[in-house]
Design a protein around this ligand. Sequence first.
Ligand code: GDD
Ligand code: MN
Length: 377
Amino acid sequence: MTVARTARDFQVAHLTHRPPIALAVVIPTFNERDNVAPLLEALENALEGRVWEAIFVDDASTDGTPERIEALAAWRGHVRLIRRIGRRGLSSAIVEGMLATVAPVVAVIDADMQHDEAALPALHDAIARDGADIAIGTRYAGAGSTGDWAESRVAASRLATRLARVAVRAEVSDPLSGFFAIRRDLLIATAPQLSNVGFKILLDLLASMPAGPRIAEVPYRFRCRHAGTSKLDSAVASEYLLLLADKTIGRVVPPRLILFLLVGGLGLMLHLLLLSALLRAGLAFATGQAIAGIAAITLAYTLDNAFTYRDRRRKGARWWRGLLRFTAACAIGLIANVGLAATLYRLEPVWWLAGIAGAAMGAVWTTAATSLLIRRN
Ligand code: GDD
Ligand code: MN
């Protein structure tokens, strides 16, 4: 896209003496305080001679990362910081950073120095000079490699990569790479179709954009993390599956519905098993239904807690307090559940039928309580 230049544009360019920005490098951060200075220095060396800007996107790090970035930016014109408050998610952070620039080419790089910044000029040139739409840093082609990864991590990454090929039609060796560059106008055209969930923005982009993008690959060797710890955890893994589901069957069944049915099914199984055991032990139906209902509520709480970001997970006393609060929020649902089940059981003494009817009533309430009480991104 070219815009006609007016005499005033030339006048402005002359006054500021600044050539237009050619490349924006987006750097997502969550607790990366000791990495941002060495990274910035490495980027400045690697991109020497280009007109570029760094855009950090921080999700309210608690270790002083944004303050460190501000100190670095204070005497550099080409460093910007976007602070997101009360939000989490690598993919959405990257997209917000990418949409905050006017540079024609946008790249992403991790803050922990695992990606080799020396490959950035090649990624940029592949688009700006050679006409690619996307240029991907790859660990799985040519001289690329995963470096010193543990065997289990290599296996997990290979499995995830194989799964990704179901969603992506394009031939790419490393669709899960977090190190790539893209033409900004293609990003803008694709943004409305993105799922925006989880860690894997490149996969999301490849699966959402019009068919037939021109793709370039630049091999690099994955390095070890410089400082700090990885944010990869069970929440990230489950969000990956959610992204894959959204990109494959998402047009037919919303993945959140699948998740609801999965958790609901597990809860119902636990409920019925426990209820039958309690009835066999001689408890009254209503008492058994109430105990089984509380067990199912505890399971919903436990599962939800296990699949939130590690740093937000409740442990010890906070876990118990959270469970109490959650159970209290579900109390009306539990009363409705037991009331309905006991009435049905009196009319028609089929324990599992009455049990399921009550549990379904309780599940609707538990879901509402979950979405009200538990904060999402
Ligand atoms: N803003 C923001 N919000 N940044 C985040 C968040 C978040 O919720 N979670 C992680 N980050 C930042 C980290 O601070 C780091 O700069 C980068 O995203 C990658 O996070 P790591 O915790 O280092 O993840 P990883 O090393 O397991 O995964 C990376 O490597 C993969 C290659 O296997 C990611 O870059 C993947 O995208 C990449 O594919
Ligand atoms: Mn990392």
